[in-house]
Write a protein that binds this ligand. Structure first.
Ligand code: SAH
Length: 236
């Protein structure tokens, strides 16, 4: 059985007894955690408390923290995904999977072929999706999901080894050297990136990445690119 993971953003976790507030204890109750069973408490900022449930006390509960684990499940350096905003709940799916794959920043990109408007209203939902994925996969940090940005500022801010996923790129890319500045992967929306957007990325130091001789859906490409980049950097 998988251990029940409880989210307590910004909690001050330390070994020893800890009283969980009702909102957090509620999750343990819903998960039917029994006295003596293992739980983990995540502060979402890099610390996981490995603990055991000691007692139910009304709507709250007491746990005993046995040890702390730091940076569990995190990539060695920043792993940034810039992804053109996708319609409907497909972007939710991409956020969930990118979180599982270790992305530390997931940037919703407003590129030329992004459909629809008012994407800012969707950000809080994407952040909730990322939180749930952190709890599910047992990593220790919540990836940052900033408000949507245009491609030019995204490219200007990008650092480390940079890759733009583009069908028809010459592959394979040589092993990546990140120099401590991380990886940054750029993937277009359903309609792809335009010629001028590719030129912008190449001008900002991105290299083309091929994901094989088929056209992938953007969300598939995002996951494949995150896995391929980490493999090329020797992180997997
Ligand atoms: N309509 C576009 C395809 C867009 S696919 C066309 O026909 O060219 C959406 C995004 O997924 C692309 O912008 C690219 O970043 C990525 N992608 C899809 N297939 C890919 C592949 N084989 N290699 C690299 N990137 C790919």
């Amino acid at each position: 059985m998988t251990v029940t993971r409880l989210l307590m953003p910004a909690a001050r976790l330390a070994p020893g007894a800890l009283e969980l507030p009702p909102a957090v204890a509620h999750h343990a109750r819903v998960a039917r955690v029994e006295i003596g069973e293992a739980v983990e408490v995540l502060d979402l900022a890099g610390t996981v408390a490995v603990a055991r449930l000691i007692a139910w006390e009304g709507r709250s509960c007491r746990i005993e923290v046995e040890r702390l684990e730091r940076e569990r499940g995190e990539p060695p350096e920043a792993l940034v995904l810039g992804l053109g905003i996708l319609a409907g709940n497909v972007f939710d799916w991409a956020v969930e999977k990118a979180t599982e794959l270790g992305a530390t920043v997931i940037v919703p990109l407003l590129t030329e072929r992004v459909q629809g408007r008012r994407h800012e209203a969707r950000v809080s939902r994407w952040r909730r999706v990322a939180q749930a994925a952190v709890a599910q996969c047992g990593r220790s940090r919540l990836p940052d999901v900033p408000a949507p940005v245009a491609l030019a500022p995204f490219c200007a801010a990008a650092g480390g080894a940079r890759l733009v996923a583009e069908p028809g790129s010459p592959g394979p890319v040589a092993p990546l050297v990140t120099g401590g500045s991380g990886l940054c992967v750029l993937v277009g929306p359903e309609g792809g990136l335009t010629e001028s957007e590719i030129a912008l990325a190449l001008g900002a130091g991105f290299r083309r990445l091929s994901l094989g001789p088929r056209i992938l859906r953007a969300e598939t490409a995002a996951l494949a690119a995150l896995a391929a980049a980490q493999q090329l950097a020797g992180w997997l």
